[in-house]
Design a protein around this ligand. Structure first.
Ligand code: ZN
Length: 205
Protein backbone atom coordinates (compact mmCIF):
# COMPACT_ATOMS: atom_id res chain seq x y z
CA UNK A 1 0.00 0.00 0.00
CA UNK A 2 2.82 2.36 0.96
CA UNK A 3 4.51 1.67 -2.33
CA UNK A 4 1.28 2.48 -4.19
CA UNK A 5 1.00 5.77 -2.29
CA UNK A 6 4.55 6.65 -3.14
CA UNK A 7 3.94 5.84 -6.79
CA UNK A 8 0.81 8.01 -6.74
CA UNK A 9 2.84 10.87 -5.21
CA UNK A 10 5.44 10.52 -7.90
CA UNK A 11 2.78 10.51 -10.59
CA UNK A 12 1.05 13.58 -9.16
CA UNK A 13 4.34 15.43 -8.82
CA UNK A 14 5.01 14.94 -12.52
CA UNK A 15 1.73 16.64 -13.37
CA UNK A 16 2.90 20.13 -12.46
CA UNK A 17 1.60 22.85 -14.76
CA UNK A 18 3.84 23.84 -17.63
CA UNK A 19 6.09 26.76 -16.71
CA UNK A 20 4.85 30.15 -17.81
CA UNK A 21 6.73 31.27 -20.87
CA UNK A 22 9.16 34.02 -20.00
CA UNK A 23 8.78 37.15 -22.07
CA UNK A 24 11.60 37.87 -24.46
CA UNK A 25 14.26 40.17 -23.02
CA UNK A 26 13.13 43.73 -23.39
CA UNK A 27 14.94 46.11 -25.66
CA UNK A 28 17.33 48.63 -24.13
CA UNK A 29 15.77 51.96 -23.22
CA UNK A 30 16.67 55.09 -25.15
CA UNK A 31 20.06 56.43 -24.10
CA UNK A 32 18.91 60.01 -24.58
CA UNK A 33 15.94 61.95 -25.84
CA UNK A 34 16.39 64.28 -28.77
CA UNK A 35 14.38 67.49 -29.02
CA UNK A 36 11.07 67.11 -30.82
CA UNK A 37 11.00 68.22 -34.43
CA UNK A 38 7.26 68.82 -34.59
CA UNK A 39 6.56 65.67 -36.59
CA UNK A 40 3.12 65.40 -35.05
CA UNK A 41 2.16 68.77 -36.47
CA UNK A 42 2.70 67.76 -40.09
CA UNK A 43 -0.51 67.78 -42.02
CA UNK A 44 -1.91 64.35 -42.82
CA UNK A 45 -2.82 64.19 -46.50
CA UNK A 46 -6.08 62.73 -47.74
CA UNK A 47 -4.29 59.78 -49.19
CA UNK A 48 -1.27 58.05 -47.73
CA UNK A 49 0.59 56.47 -50.59
CA UNK A 50 2.97 54.19 -48.67
CA UNK A 51 3.44 52.79 -45.20
CA UNK A 52 6.95 51.70 -44.30
CA UNK A 53 7.26 48.95 -41.70
CA UNK A 54 10.57 47.56 -40.43
CA UNK A 55 10.79 43.80 -39.91
CA UNK A 56 11.71 44.45 -36.26
CA UNK A 57 8.24 45.90 -35.67
CA UNK A 58 6.62 42.86 -37.30
CA UNK A 59 8.77 40.55 -35.21
CA UNK A 60 7.89 42.31 -31.94
CA UNK A 61 4.21 42.33 -32.89
CA UNK A 62 4.30 38.62 -33.67
CA UNK A 63 6.02 37.81 -30.38
CA UNK A 64 3.40 39.72 -28.40
CA UNK A 65 0.45 38.26 -30.31
CA UNK A 66 1.81 34.71 -29.91
CA UNK A 67 2.35 35.23 -26.18
CA UNK A 68 -1.37 36.05 -25.84
CA UNK A 69 -2.38 33.42 -28.40
CA UNK A 70 -0.72 30.71 -26.28
CA UNK A 71 -3.30 31.57 -23.60
CA UNK A 72 -6.11 31.73 -26.20
CA UNK A 73 -6.31 35.48 -25.73
CA UNK A 74 -6.79 38.20 -28.28
CA UNK A 75 -4.64 41.29 -27.97
CA UNK A 76 -4.05 44.75 -29.32
CA UNK A 77 -0.81 46.30 -30.54
CA UNK A 78 -0.61 49.84 -31.86
CA UNK A 79 1.90 50.99 -34.40
CA UNK A 80 3.21 54.51 -34.07
CA UNK A 81 5.63 56.63 -36.02
CA UNK A 82 5.65 59.65 -38.25
CA UNK A 83 4.19 60.95 -41.48
CA UNK A 84 6.22 62.76 -44.09
CA UNK A 85 4.27 64.06 -47.07
CA UNK A 86 2.07 61.20 -48.20
CA UNK A 87 4.23 58.53 -46.59
CA UNK A 88 3.90 56.97 -43.14
CA UNK A 89 6.86 55.51 -41.26
CA UNK A 90 6.12 52.98 -38.54
CA UNK A 91 8.86 52.78 -35.94
CA UNK A 92 7.29 51.70 -32.66
CA UNK A 93 4.99 49.05 -31.16
CA UNK A 94 2.76 50.27 -28.37
CA UNK A 95 1.45 47.60 -26.00
CA UNK A 96 -1.57 48.76 -24.03
CA UNK A 97 -1.58 47.38 -20.49
CA UNK A 98 -5.15 46.08 -20.51
CA UNK A 99 -6.72 42.80 -19.52
CA UNK A 100 -6.86 40.42 -22.46
CA UNK A 101 -9.33 37.60 -22.91
CA UNK A 102 -10.62 35.12 -25.47
CA UNK A 103 -13.47 37.00 -27.09
CA UNK A 104 -12.13 40.46 -27.83
CA UNK A 105 -10.07 43.01 -25.96
CA UNK A 106 -11.26 46.41 -24.90
CA UNK A 107 -8.88 49.33 -24.85
CA UNK A 108 -10.70 51.95 -22.77
CA UNK A 109 -10.72 55.60 -23.71
CA UNK A 110 -8.53 56.53 -20.73
CA UNK A 111 -5.88 54.12 -21.97
CA UNK A 112 -6.01 55.67 -25.45
CA UNK A 113 -5.57 59.11 -23.88
CA UNK A 114 -2.56 57.78 -21.98
CA UNK A 115 -1.11 56.31 -25.18
CA UNK A 116 -1.60 59.59 -27.02
CA UNK A 117 0.14 61.50 -24.23
CA UNK A 118 3.05 59.10 -24.39
CA UNK A 119 3.25 59.47 -28.17
CA UNK A 120 3.01 63.25 -27.95
CA UNK A 121 6.03 63.23 -25.65
CA UNK A 122 7.85 61.20 -28.29
CA UNK A 123 6.66 63.38 -31.17
CA UNK A 124 4.98 60.36 -32.75
CA UNK A 125 1.47 59.68 -33.94
CA UNK A 126 -0.70 56.60 -33.91
CA UNK A 127 -0.65 55.06 -37.39
CA UNK A 128 -2.29 51.67 -37.03
CA UNK A 129 -4.20 49.34 -34.76
CA UNK A 130 -3.29 45.67 -34.95
CA UNK A 131 -5.26 42.96 -33.19
CA UNK A 132 -5.59 39.22 -33.22
CA UNK A 133 -8.64 37.04 -33.77
CA UNK A 134 -9.19 33.37 -32.88
CA UNK A 135 -10.24 32.73 -36.47
CA UNK A 136 -10.62 34.78 -39.62
CA UNK A 137 -8.66 37.91 -40.35
CA UNK A 138 -11.71 40.05 -40.99
CA UNK A 139 -13.19 43.02 -39.18
CA UNK A 140 -16.18 42.37 -36.99
CA UNK A 141 -18.88 45.07 -36.99
CA UNK A 142 -17.56 46.14 -33.56
CA UNK A 143 -14.04 46.49 -34.98
CA UNK A 144 -15.38 49.00 -37.50
CA UNK A 145 -17.56 50.93 -35.10
CA UNK A 146 -15.14 51.02 -32.18
CA UNK A 147 -11.84 51.53 -33.99
CA UNK A 148 -9.50 53.64 -31.88
CA UNK A 149 -9.04 56.22 -34.63
CA UNK A 150 -10.93 57.47 -37.65
CA UNK A 151 -8.15 59.62 -38.99
CA UNK A 152 -7.65 59.77 -42.72
CA UNK A 153 -5.39 56.88 -43.73
CA UNK A 154 -5.58 55.09 -40.38
CA UNK A 155 -4.80 51.38 -40.72
CA UNK A 156 -6.40 48.39 -39.01
CA UNK A 157 -4.78 44.99 -39.29
CA UNK A 158 -6.38 41.76 -38.10
CA UNK A 159 -4.05 38.83 -37.44
CA UNK A 160 -5.82 35.47 -37.81
CA UNK A 161 -5.63 32.31 -35.66
CA UNK A 162 -4.21 34.04 -32.56
CA UNK A 163 -0.97 34.57 -34.45
CA UNK A 164 -0.51 30.96 -35.66
CA UNK A 165 -0.52 32.55 -39.13
CA UNK A 166 2.17 35.14 -38.53
CA UNK A 167 2.02 38.82 -39.26
CA UNK A 168 5.25 38.73 -41.30
CA UNK A 169 3.34 38.46 -44.57
CA UNK A 170 0.65 41.10 -44.34
CA UNK A 171 -1.23 39.42 -47.20
CA UNK A 172 -2.17 36.67 -44.72
CA UNK A 173 -3.79 39.29 -42.49
CA UNK A 174 -6.84 41.47 -42.96
CA UNK A 175 -5.44 44.88 -43.86
CA UNK A 176 -7.90 47.77 -43.82
CA UNK A 177 -7.42 51.47 -44.40
CA UNK A 178 -9.85 54.17 -43.39
CA UNK A 179 -10.89 57.19 -45.40
CA UNK A 180 -13.74 59.56 -44.67
CA UNK A 181 -15.15 59.02 -48.15
CA UNK A 182 -15.07 55.23 -48.32
CA UNK A 183 -14.93 54.12 -44.67
CA UNK A 184 -12.97 50.93 -43.98
CA UNK A 185 -11.60 49.31 -47.12
CA UNK A 186 -10.10 45.81 -47.15
CA UNK A 187 -7.02 45.73 -49.36
CA UNK A 188 -6.43 42.83 -51.72
CA UNK A 189 -2.97 41.23 -52.06
CA UNK A 190 -1.79 43.67 -54.73
CA UNK A 191 -3.07 46.57 -52.65
CA UNK A 192 -1.10 45.34 -49.63
CA UNK A 193 2.13 44.90 -51.59
CA UNK A 194 1.67 48.30 -53.21
CA UNK A 195 0.87 50.27 -50.05
CA UNK A 196 2.86 48.50 -47.35
CA UNK A 197 6.60 48.45 -47.81
CA UNK A 198 8.35 46.02 -45.48
CA UNK A 199 11.86 47.17 -44.70
CA UNK A 200 14.60 44.86 -43.48
CA UNK A 201 15.85 45.95 -40.08
CA UNK A 202 19.12 44.12 -40.76
CA UNK A 203 20.87 43.64 -44.07
CA UNK A 204 23.97 41.49 -44.26
CA UNK A 205 26.19 42.35 -47.19
ZN1 ZN B 1 -11.71 42.13 -33.87
Amino acid sequence: MQLLDRLRDLFTASEEPAPVQEPAPSLPPRAYESPAQGRRKRRVTDHIEKYYIPTAVLQETQRYVEEHGNRDHECYVFWAGAIAGDEAYVSTCVYPRVESRHGGVKVPLEKMTEINQELRARDQILLAQVHSHPGRARHSPVDEEKAVSFHEGFVSIVIPDFGATPVYDLRDCGVYTYTRDSGWQLLDDDGVVDRFVIEDTVVEV
